[in-house]
Design a protein around this ligand. Sequence first.
Ligand SMILES: Cc1ncc(C[n+]2csc(CCOP(=O)(O)OP(=O)(O)O)c2C)c(N)n1
Ligand code: SF4
Ligand SMILES: [Mg+2]
Length: 308
Amino acid sequence: MRQASPSPVSVAAPACAGPLLRPGNSNCGGCGMSSALQLFGRAIEQRRVQLVVPASCAAVMAGPFPTTSLGAPVVLSTFGAGAAVATGLARVARLNGDGTRVVCWAGDGGTFDIGMASLSAAAERDEDVLYVCYDNEIYGNTGGQRSSATPAGASTTNVLAGKLEEKKDILAIMAAHRVRYAASVSIAHPQDGLRKMRRALDTSGFRFLHVLAPCPTGWKSEPALGIELVRLAVRSGLYPVIEIVEGRKLVIDVEPDFSREALELYLSLQRRFQRSGISAERLSTAIARSWRDLRARSGRIVPAEREG
Ligand SMILES: Cc1ncc(C[n+]2csc(CCOP(=O)(O)OP(=O)(O)O)c2C)c(N)n1
Ligand code: SF4
Ligand SMILES: [Mg+2]
């Protein structure tokens, strides 16, 4: 007997209903990635979003199936394949013509290190993917080992004396791929962050957002101080808040005051910098070098208006 053909099934992601990150998730109290996700949930509004999450703290935060503390459909991927899996979903979404925005939500280990090959390939092909790296500067989910995003002077569980090498410049790497849009987001500057997240969601082609995400567990800092730590990193010039369009046009969004006091406070509020004893003076030299470069690339030799 002939069977009736199945009725078409919609594979479109539903619009995000309610918060993106719900109560009951497994993140530590004061996790900066939670703050980033909450901000991102506000940016999404009524857009249809599918998340791809490679192995990380973010991959376990939703809790065990069949319950989930995430308000959007999620595909978990292997550690190195986040951008490749997102590529597949984005192509299916385009074939379906349903307008779903595919977002890869990955940690620094999954981005700066093991996911770099698939990230670079997807960026070079200009896949229609928004890639968000929440950067807690360690492999948090496996106990806090160093990544190439770990800053010099920070102790990790496998480099107790403190890392010697400086942090990779991920935005420069993405800009070198001439991606449509690349930006850094500060959770201490939510209006600027929301604007960039919405722009990134609504742009076609490959987009990249970098979010500094304090990790009280790995940074050995007070859980309540995460947003303040990011504010200090921005003020001191340690975390430049910028955006780069098509790999060429660089805009400085928040002008630091390069406060030595802010830098010293940033270091002293995290016990991960204690053992190496890295000084604000040494960091200031690296900050000055990086800002000379940023100003040259932005075409502004005088400071921009201060915001935030
Ligand atoms: C190929 C492979 N190597 C190692 C692991 C173990 N592993 C799972 S999560 C993780 C750390 C992820 O670090 P990051 O991407 O920075 O995210 P975070 O945990 O900090 O949120 C590691 C090493 C794995 N799942 N797959
Ligand atoms: S280990 Fe760090 S990044 Fe992971 S959930 Fe805890 S605070 Fe967040
Ligand atoms: Mg990490």
